[in-house]
Design a protein around this ligand. Structure first.
Ligand SMILES: CC(C)(COP(=O)(O)OP(=O)(O)OC[C@H]1O[C@@H](n2cnc3c(N)ncnc32)[C@H](O)[C@@H]1OP(=O)(O)O)[C@@H](O)C(=O)NCCC(=O)NCCS
Length: 180
């Protein structure tokens, strides 16, 4: 089983239409608009953050976990053609029973949904994490959140019987634990 001696270092990633930019505090002023629509929180809970709250969140995300027990990867998604931010993808990586495991999540601005951006961005993130040695993936998804379930399916995650605070844990099947 692979165990990281050092956590991978986040990089800029490019997908067909998106640039995945490692989060910085400078992203907060534009992302506060992306995150302002209450519909985004229907299944996950939470509420639109203020600029101060978001800047503080991004400062923490850049620093990473204080105890070094894992690593946080947060990418802001920029649609290259328009130059605008359309959402984010994120992964928390730690050593699980099956080796390096990434707990992943995604969000796309309602004005840019239904264009395949979540599928595109999460595929780029997962491919990069796999290339860096992450072998297992998991996500928590509300049982009624069919759109997110489709995103997870596309990543070859499958629902498990495990519930976490009302959300179903989806995981990559053990047979997929291969590094490229
Ligand atoms: C979940 C979310 C990221 C999807 O973003 P998106 O960019 O619109 O998703 P995509 O366009 O990549 O579509 C993914 C799949 O869902 C389907 N889909 C997207 N929006 C849909 C809708 N409103 N109704 C039905 N199907 C929809 C797509 O057809 C696609 O299905 P396919 O894989 O079978 O082709 C977005 O709805 C969102 O940010 N929601 C709020 C935040 C959230 O709940 N995040 C998830 C936490 S686990």
């Amino acid at each position: 089983m692979l165990v990281f001696m050092e956590w991978p270092v986040i990089e800029v990633l490019e997908s067909e239409r998106l640039t995945l930019e490692p989060v910085s505090v400078d992203h907060a002023s534009a992302m506060v608009d992306v995150l302002s629509d209450a519909r985004l929180y229907e299944f996950t809970g939470g509420e639109p953050p203020s600029l101060d709250v978001l800047a503080a969140r991004y400062r923490r995300q850049v620093r990473g976990p204080a105890d070094g027990s894992g690593a946080w990867f947060n990418w802001m998604l920029r649609e290259r053609a328009a130059g605008t931010l359309v959402g984010f993808v994120q992964a928390t990586v730690h050593t699980g029973d099956r080796g390096p495991l990434a707990e992943i999540a995604w969000l796309i601005d309602p004005a840019h949904q239904r264009q395949g951006f979540a599928a595109e961005a999460t595929a780029a993130m997962v491919a990069w994490l796999r290339s860096r040695g992450v072998t297992a993936f998991a996500a928590l998804i509300h049982p009624d959140h069919t759109v997110s379930q489709r995103v997870a399916h596309r990543l070859d995650l499958r629902p498990t019987p495990q519930l976490d605070d009302g959300e179903v844990r989806w995981e990559s099947p053990p047979g997929n634990d291969e590094t490229p």
